[in-house]
Design a protein around this ligand. Structure first.
Ligand code: BGC
Length: 904
């Protein structure tokens, strides 16, 4: 049971409330009726809202429409009836509202009198006037804050209040406190973080240039219901704390020998309280701890065995004044940590001991790392002294995939790790160098994968709020980085299209129309922004005017933008976004907009076809990415689908069966190939081990997804380019293909939230088995296939309660409709993938049967013709001027090849 996709949220925004639940262990297949009750205590007599027995309650997303009081804990439970006549009540769960939007704060924002450098610690002592029934602290500290009550940290979140567009909204948090009888001491530490320190592209100061500020309101409820309230004001004391410096890029310095004795009253701060909003951000915490291995003693170097985000906690036993430094890095080279790819980020934690034994760790920063070089360690280090703390936003894991191939499994894990390492309140590009920003393109590309891997609806809900506010700020366009910490380029295709794609994907995965409704105006705003721009510059329905990133980091040119025509990419995405807006309007019952944006999409389409296709149907820009885009989006002249598929096949073959795609082509490459009947080629690229490929990275020891196909060269050296991270999730979007096609679990877009599921696995003999499961909003959907012998496959399918699936059988015999339940099939599969003239010529020669056919018709080829090493496909070989084959022989050879099957 979740409220706004969170478990028992305390003090979150409840502007819209979506309740959801799954039904487990039912004998029935679907819910026939349900009833939801809301109460102010977990008791029958305190029920304040009751839906009554209803057939209209959507378990994936029930939109609660009932007035809610501020600062109130609500309990809810649900009763469900199934088609097997079972009924049952759930236990009570709860959510608690924050302050009312227009409610005054019994507190004033304060700051420190010790200047902008000294990290302040605010203190206030208080005594509950009567035994306190419950206490809540409503609080916001800027840049970052930590609260302590009587010396113990309140809550277990880190880096609060998180990272959002501070200039446009400010999220405050709510904590439940338990004051002791008698005197209590509240302490709040402030740090710089994203708000105040060095942050943003170019390495300068954060654009927010904020000053330290604290706003806090402590409400203690007495037995009689009245409240004792203590708010921040000049009665709070401040002293400089031991944190000397902190920064998201540079790390932190803590000096426990520093003089913190000076105290002074807090002084008023100017903080615009109209920007305050209850939080949307899911908690950011230490999610896991791991051991560190010592891999070198001189210098002392530790290995976490995994590239990750977080920090190392160590047991400090050092004489007063000892300075210990931890230098964080992603990579090792020549026996030492390699830090050149961090650019200006110093990623260093410095700790000066006061001589007491205690655990040491930073408070206001994080690092992207696998290795740590330790300097100044007193005496001999033991592995027991170090613990890795892995941090990321709360993300309930929903998806998993395992196969018979260890490298494929590692690749899947790498994508998951890159997600965790970059889901730090904002979906960031990377966690290590001087960027770590919410690049919208990266976020959009990876969003489908992220939503399979985890329940990320609440995480994106918050990010979409940032996006929406930034769009309003720019009059409709979207900055390439949200929160907008870098105003270099705004509103480029693919990046800006995050405005439509993310809300749509969240809707498709969660089925929550309330989120789509909140976001819809901004989705529209984005498309209107492009329309305005294209109208103004007279480019009609082609989007040709503005600066574009293009197929970022593609391998088909020497520059970062790739070879694909940038207007083609921009216009294809304009079409895609217009379509999404039309569909979203349809889902929200706005027929007028649905028709309007459908018409716009049609206009873009005809302009695109006129501009980019020859009359015979050949795509004028013949890159892999261009072909992928048109096939994936259906942007080609009617009736030419087969031709486009063949052209893509030929393009890839002629490129030596190597992918050349960047940020635009890669996410859809394998899906497109699978959709258009070239699944053999999708598998070939997926399982390829030589550079460039996904498994090349795995073979090079990657534990996360790299930014570039060649982030590490085949000889083990790092790519020299300054922009080179080993933890960038964009190419990890291949995991979406693994869920959707390898395992075959696809949410049907017309029935969002997996209400209907298309199950269409595409097994390949190179994997012996594959097992995937996705915890959908209705429960677990699972698919497992396994080859029992060369041509026989078993298929296990589990369809969740309350859903229906269309199972497309991989033996080619058609599809079956399935209700909830578990099913097992044994299938006779067609013979191994057939060969053709488009096959890789070297692969044909390596196969006994194919080689025999070639030998019969073209014996010369087997002995060797001039330049054959430069040829890729069999077709290219037979057409070589040195082949001297007759047309008849070529036809015969082609026919025979297609009829032959690969050797076992
Ligand atoms: C970032 C990205 C981003 C790109 C756009 C890079 O510096 O790391 O991944 O999408 O710039 O230009």
């Amino acid at each position: 049971m979740k409220t706004n996709h969170l478990t028992e949220p305390l003090g979150f925004d409840t502007g819209t409330v979506t309740l959801s639940y799954t039904v487990e262990d039912a004998a029935g297949k679907e819910q026939t009726a349900a009833r939801i009750q809301l109460a102010t205590s977990p008791a029958e007599e305190d029920i304040c809202f009751d839906t009554g027995v209803s057939t209209e309650i959507d378990n994936a997303a029930y939109s609660l429409k009932c007035p809610l009081l501020p600062r109130t804990r609500y309990y809810w439970r649900v009763w469900v009836q199934t088609d097997a006549e079972e009924t049952g009540w759930s236990a009570w769960t709860w959510f608690e509202t924050a302050k009312a939007p227009d409610e005054d704060w019994h507190a004033r924002p304060v700051t420190s009198p010790f200047g902008p450098e000294a990290h302040p610690v605010f203190t206030r002592t208080f005594t509950p006037e009567q035994p306190c029934e419950s206490a809540r602290l409503y609080i916001l500290g800027l840049g970052l804050y930590e609260v302590y009550l009587n010396g113990r940290k309140v809550g277990n979140e880190v880096l609060q209040p998180g990272f959002h567009s501070y200039d446009l909204w400010l999220q405050y948090q709510t904590y439940a406190l338990e004051p002791a009888p008698g005197e209590n001491r509240l302490e709040v530490w402030l740090g710089d973080g994203w708000y105040k320190g060095r942050f943003g592209l170019g390495g300068g100061l954060s654009p927010y240039r904020g000053e330290y500020a604290l706003l806090a309101e402590l409400r203690m409820r007495r037995g009689d219901g009245s409240e004792q309230i203590i708010g921040t004001d000049e009665s709070w004391q401040v002293h400089p704390g031991p944190v000397q410096t902190d920064g998201i890029y540079d790390g932190e310095t803590i000096d426990l020998t520093a003089d913190c004795g000076q105290t002074a009253p807090a002084v008023p701060a100017s903080l615009d309280l109209s920007r305050l909003r209850p939080r949307l951000s899911p908690p950011l915490r230490i999610q896991e701890t791991r051991p560190m291995r010592i891999i070198s003693t001189n210098p002392l170097i530790l290995d976490a065995g995994q590239n990750l985000s977080g920090w190392v906690r160590f047991a400090c036993r050092a004489p007063r004044g000892t300075e210990i430094r931890l230098l964080y890095a992603e990579h090792m080279m020549n026996g030492d940590v390699f830090r050149d790819n961090l650019r200006t980020a110093r990623q260093t934690f410095t700790y000066i001991s006061d001589g007491t034994d205690r655990p040491a760790e930073p408070r206001f920063t994080y690092f992207g790392f696998r290795y740590v070089r330790v300097e100044g360690w007193p005496g001999e280090a033991s592995e027991d002294d170090f613990t890795v703390c892995v941090i990321h936003s709360d993300l309930e894991r929903t998806g998993s995939i395992t196969t018979s191939d260890a490298s494929v499994n590692r690749l899947f894990e790498n994508a998951l790790w890159s997600q965790k390492d970059n889901f730090l309140d904002v979906p960031t590009d990377c966690p290590q160098r001087d960027e770590r920003m919410g690049w919208t393109g990266d976020a959009q590309i990876f969003c489908d994968t992220a939503l399979f891997n985890t329940d990320a609806a609440a995480f994106y809900r918050k990010y979409m709020q940032d996006m929406a506010l930034e769009q309003m700020n720019l009059g409709g366009s979207l900055p390439c980085v949200v929160p907008a910490t870098f105003y270099g380029v705004n509103g480029t295709a693919v990046w800006g299209d995050a405005a439509t794609i993310i809300p749509w994907q969240v809707y498709v995965h969660s089925g929550d129309a309330a989120i789509l409704r909140v976001q819809y105006p901004y989705m529209k705003m984005w498309v209107e922004n492009i329309r305005r721009e294209t109208e103004q510059d007279g480019s009609g329905f082609l989007w040709s005017g503005s600066a574009q990133y293009g197929d970022w980091l593609a391998l088909d040119t020497d520059n970062v933008h790739g070879a694909t025509d940038r207007t083609l990419i921009a216009t294809a995405y304009y079409y895609y976004s217009a379509n999404i807006v039309s569909r979203a309007a349809g889902e929200l019952g706005n027929r007028e907009d649905a028709a309007r944006y459908d018409q716009l999409a049609q206009n873009i389409r005809s302009a695109f076809l006129t501009e980019y296709f020859t009359p015979a149907g050949r795509l004028a820009d013949h890159t892999q990415t261009a072909l992928v885009l048109v096939i994936y989006l259906g942007l080609y002249p009617e009736g030419t689908q087969d031709r486009q598929a063949q052209d893509l096949r030929r393009r890839i073959a002629e490129d030596g069966f190597r992918l050349r795609t960047g940020f635009v082509g890669t996410p859809w490459l394998l899906s497109t190939l699978t959709m258009c009947g070239c699944e053999d080629l999708a598998w070939k690229l997926f399982l390829r081990r030589e550079y460039p490929s996904w498994l090349y990275e795995v073979d090079q020891g990657a534990t996360t997804i790299w930014e570039r196909w060649n982030s590490i060269n085949p000889d083990g050296t790092m790519n020299k380019d300054g922009m080179n991270s080993l933890n960038h999730y964009a190419y990890g979007s291949v995991a979406a293909w693994m869920y959707r096609y390898m395992a075959g679990i696809q949410p049907v877009e017309d029935a969002p939230g997996f209400r209907r599921i298309r199950i269409a696995p595409c097994p390949d003999r190179r994997l012996r088995h594959c097992k995937a499961s996705v915890c959908t909003p209705h429960g677990v959907c699972a698919v497992a296939w396994r080859w029992v012998d060369t041509n026989r496959l078993t298929l296990d399918v589990r369809v969740p309660f309350g859903t229906a699936a269309e199972l497309v059988l991989p033996d080619g015999s058609g599809s079956i409709h399935l209700a909830a339940g578990a099913y097992v099939y044994t299938l006779e599969m067609p013979a191994n993938h057939p060969f053709s003239m488009m096959s890789d010529w070297r692969e044909l020669l390596a196969d006994d049967r194919a080689k025999a056919v070639i030998e019969t018709y073209f014996p010369k080829a087997v002995r060797g013709i001039p330049f054959q090493n430069e040829l890729q496909t069999m077709e290219q070989v037979v057409r070589s001027p040195f082949a001297t084959l007759t047309r008849e022989t070529i036809t015969e050879l082609a026919r025979e090849l297609e009829n032959s099957v690969a050797s076992d």
